[in-house]
Design a protein around this ligand. Structure first.
Ligand code: ANZ
Ligand code: ZN
Length: 853
């Protein structure tokens, strides 16, 4: 490519660096030279994809974005300098509720609102000087993107990975939509905050449960992921080994089944069983309710709580005694009462369980309430057979009160009961997963239309591929809530592709988590003809480093893993895990202030007077609150644009990296940003020192420079940017203390290179000022000389009779004889020994010599 001339300094050699003039200039140069464009054709260099979770175009970027994208940017720039081809893309997760809500509230079309936000946020991100290949940018609301998503949906449908069935859903009565369990927080819709209701609807599901075992097993291979995220995924998938067995009813009512199945992870506790419980929606519960209005009322009552496990877990345990009893499978004489209980989930296991109050807290609470027996069957180590009080015993131990199990350890007893059940034919060992299929139908407008047609004759008919994308109709009325695609006068009416008769489009759209489950594939392998170009995608993926908020640790990452695995299983990808490295960054926080009347105040609106914080305008006292995540509602946001205007991109970037470990929260402060701005100027002054090559050598400084190279390289590899920053400061101090020398010139140039990924604008400006060829962004990353990393001198303590008498600086690694000889010659030792010969000599190599006289 024909590169335009590089700009030279406006004035030959200013004392200070001027970001307001230089930032945009260098951003233009990178853009014109396509510096950060990822090559399409293979180059033979290693290919590395660095990705930050793409933003939702909510309006303007916030400091959290700045921190997130700066971290990825540093890594992308360093890898380029290390000779990798780097793909560092950006796009927009553009479908979702806020756009639709904005439309309803303000009468702006969701598309207009979204596109305007994208334009604003793109301009803001560009001001940060990010090393992004903007040629690959897309928004998920582009028909070219969601059309391919529709094709993937149909592929999954054909492969049996998509199903349609009636399901209990969480219904948000305000947003008028179905919510995933995860979108229900404390019984309320995550966006609307409205209490969620339970409803039955026919929904589309992705069969993520088909991959439960794989998704669980592969977590062990993700060693580039934080342990806590792996654990969160593991808990979410929730793999349980246990026994499924059959309970026979003692006196089955006529016309009803004579037994039901239960699942237990604690078959060892079977002798401690004191009741059985059915889910309210269990077929047997429903059958009994037909002739029992009180039971019917109880079931209706249970349905009023949401469907999420967490909610059911926290609700008060309540049961309804059916009057029926089951026969204990190991003690044919014993009868257990059968309850319908609100804490039993219909869609887990068999929807029924046996309760062992002594060893399960939930069962214990239930037993106390309904006065059921509590029998300990596991003795704590140390033979503790004490009766159970208000706390169930869930620890290890040996079995008691349990017939043939007595004396066995819990694990042995589990195996023994499973073996017996299998031998006698009343049960079998099984594995269960907590993970549920992923319901993806949403009753919203601003999303990917589900590409199927419902025909009264043919049933569900996929939209023919040549009719994709099924685009959203632009002309919808946003003046009322509800299903806008359904309410549109014409959109849904189409002829059936199979029989030609009148039919209707599916008027639901896909959960926006579907959009973010495969975007990295399209970034890596853009294609007109297909969702992604396989060879290209495989050349970049898996993502070497993925960076984003921990709030996505479960769902987004699980869904993206599922998509990748599903495509792998369909033979369309050669790898099964999308993200080799994962990092979850902390939040940006800021102090909060509140007036006596409860108003939140911007930090700029308060000032300190003596011991008090007061509101500038009124002089009234205000309370200072904790530093909290920046949020508009608490008025503690700092707008990146105003900071960029005032301090320039490099200072913001430097501050985002310097003050806290990247996985912790970072407290925004004026002192912090000003310190960062000072460092940028300091770097500029230090760079000027690189021109002065007078003077001799300075081995100490040369060593420090090499140690800094090694240290910063390792820190950045581990994303410990704050440590890298501290090392940069250390080298800067060393340079400023030193006099002119070739080594000082080397150290200054080295510091510039090492800092350039963090503060790329001042680095380019200084590089040009030094008359270097090309861009610093294209310069090779410095490599440390291992010979200069070893600290090869040590300070030796010389003791006489245990008292320190002298110290010597000696080469590291001298042998004992040499150390003894040198110690005996040390002036302090000679004096203390006063001519006596030591009886004994104790040598600790590289540390000390003790002469015992
Ligand atoms: C008897 C028992 C005794 C249990 C004991 C626990 C402790 P995890 O480990 O999460 O897989 N259970 C079974 N089906 C259920 C359902 N549909 N809804 C609610 N709870 C159900 O949970 C398995 C345990 O949860 C099972 O083991 C069962 O109670 C209960 F000392 O059986 B257990
Ligand atoms: Zn038809």
């Amino acid at each position: 490519m024909n590169a335009p001339e590089l700009p030279r300094q406006a004035s030959a050699d200013p004392e200070t660096f001027s970001p307001s003039e230089a930032d945009a200039r260098w951003q233009r140069v990178w853009e014109e030279r396509q510096t950060f464009r990822a090559p399409r054709a293979p180059t033979g260099r290693p290919r590395t994809m660095i990705l930050e979770m793409f933003p939702y175009p909510s309006g303007r970027i916030h400091m959290g974005h700045v921190r997130n994208y700066t971290m990825g940017d540093v890594l992308a720039r360093v890898r380029r300098m290390q000779g990798h081809d780097v793909l560092h893309p950006m796009g927009w997760d553009a479908f979702g509720l806020p756009a639709e809500n904005a439309a309803i509230e303000r009468g702006i079309h969701p598309e207009t609102w979204t596109r305007a936000n994208i334009a604003t946020m793109r301009a803001q991100l560009r001001r940060l000087g990010l090393a992004i290949d903007w040629t690959r940018e897309f928004a998920t609301c582009d028909p070219a993107y969601y059309g391919h998503e529709q094709a993937l949906f149909l592929d999954f449908l054909e492969a049996g990975l998509v199903t349609r069935r009636e399901a209990d859903v969480n219904w948000d009565p305000v947003d008028q939509t179905v919510l995933a369990n995860e979108q229900v927080i404390d019984g309320r819709g995550w966006r609307s905050g409205a209490p969620v209701e339970r409803r039955k609807l026919t929904q589309w599901f992705f069969r993520i449960t088909a991959f439960a075992e794989e998704l669980h097993a592969a977590l062990a291979t993700l060693d580039g992921w934080p342990e806590k995220v792996r654990l969160m995924q593991e808990n979410w998938i929730g793999k349980s080994r246990g026994l499924r067995f059959r309970f026979a009813l003692a006196d089955p009512p006529p016309g009803l089944p004579a037994h039901f199945d239960v699942f237990t992870t604690r078959p060892d506790t079977l002798f401690g069983a004191s009741f059985a419980a059915l889910a309210p929606d269990h077929p047997l519960s429903l059958a009994l309710a037909e002739t029992n209005p009180r039971l019917a009322a109880f079931i209706a009552e249970c349905r009023r709580t949401g469907t999420s496990a967490a909610e059911i877990e926290t609700a008060e345990k309540r049961g309804f005694d059916t009057g029926l009893a089951v026969i204990h499978p190991l003690l044919p004489e014993r009868r257990l009462p059968v309850f319908v209980a609100n804490f039993v989930l219909m869609d887990y296991g068999t929807g029924a369980l046996f309760g062992c109050p002594a060893h399960d807290q939930r069962d214990l609470d239930f037993a106390r309430k309904y006065m059921l027996p509590v029998l300990r069957v596991v003795a704590a180590p140390g033979e503790d057979e004490a009766p159970i009080g208000e706390e169930a015993y869930v620890g290890p131990g040996r079995l008691v009160n349990s017939g043939f199990l007595d004396g066995l350890e819990v694990e042995e007893a589990k195996a023994a009961v499973i073996a017996r059940a299998e031998a006698e034919g009343w049960g079998e060992g099984t594995t269960l997963f907590r993970l549920r299929d992923w319901g993806v139908s949403r009753q919203r407008y601003w999303g990917t239309p589900i590409p199927v047609i419902h025909c009264p004759v043919c049933g569900v008919v996929p939209v023919p591929r040549d009719q994709l994308p099924v685009t959203l109709p632009p002309d919808v009325a946003f003046d009322r809530p509800g299903k806008l695609l359904d309410l549109h006068p014409t959109w849904k009416h189409v002829p059936c592709p199979a029989c030609g008769g009148p039919a209707e489009r599916d008027t639901d759209t896909l959960d926006t988590f579907v959009d973010s489950s495969w975007y990295f594939l399209r970034f890596a392998g853009p294609s007109d003809a297909a969702p992604f170009d396989r060879a290209e995608a495989e050349s970049w993926l898996p993502v070497a480093q993925y960076i984003g908020g921990v709030e996505h640790a479960i769902l987004h990452l699980l869904y993206a893993r599922f998509f990748t695995r599903a495509l792998h299983a369909l033979g369309r990808l050669g790898f099964a895990e999308p993200f080799a490295g994962l990092f979850t960054q902390g939040m940006v926080t800021h102090e909060t202030f509140r007036a006596a009347d409860g108003r939140w105040l911007e930090p700029a609106a308060v000032e300190r007077r003596g011991d008090l914080w007061v509101e500038r305008e009124t002089g009234l006292p205000v309370t200072q609150g904790r530093a909290e995540k920046m949020s508009k509602s608490k008025k503690n946001v700092v707008d990146p644009d105003s900071i960029l205007d005032r301090y320039g991109a490099d200072a913001v970037r430097w501050f985002m990296l310097s003050d806290s470990p990247p996985d912790r929260d970072l407290a925004w402060s004026i002192a912090g940003i000003e310190g960062a701005a000072r460092f940028v100027q300091r770097l500029w002054r230090i760079a000027r020192l690189a021109r002065d090559r007078a003077g001799g050598e300075d081995l100490v400084l040369r060593r420090l420079a090499h140690r800094t190279i090694a240290g910063m390289t390792a820190d950045i590899d581990r994303l410990q940017f704050n440590k890298a920053v501290a090392r940069a400061h250390e080298l800067a101090n060393g340079i400023e203390r030193a006099g002119p020398s070739v080594d000082r010139a080397f150290a200054a140039r080295t510091l510039l290179l090492l800092a350039s990924p963090m503060v790329p604008h001042v680095a380019e400006e200084a590089w040009a000022m030094l008359g270097e060829d090309g861009l610093i962004a294209d310069a090779p990353w410095p490599v440390a000389d291992p010979a200069l990393l070893v600290d090869d001198e040590v300070t030796l303590a010389i003791q006489v009779n245990g008292r320190l008498r002298d110290t010597l600086v000696v080469p590291r690694g001298l042998d004992r004889a040499e150390l003894e000889a040198r110690a005996l010659a040390a002036p302090g030792a000679v004096r203390a020994l006063a001519g006596k010969a030591p009886r004994k000599v104790i040598v600790v190599p590289d540390r000390l010599v003790n002469l015992v006289a």
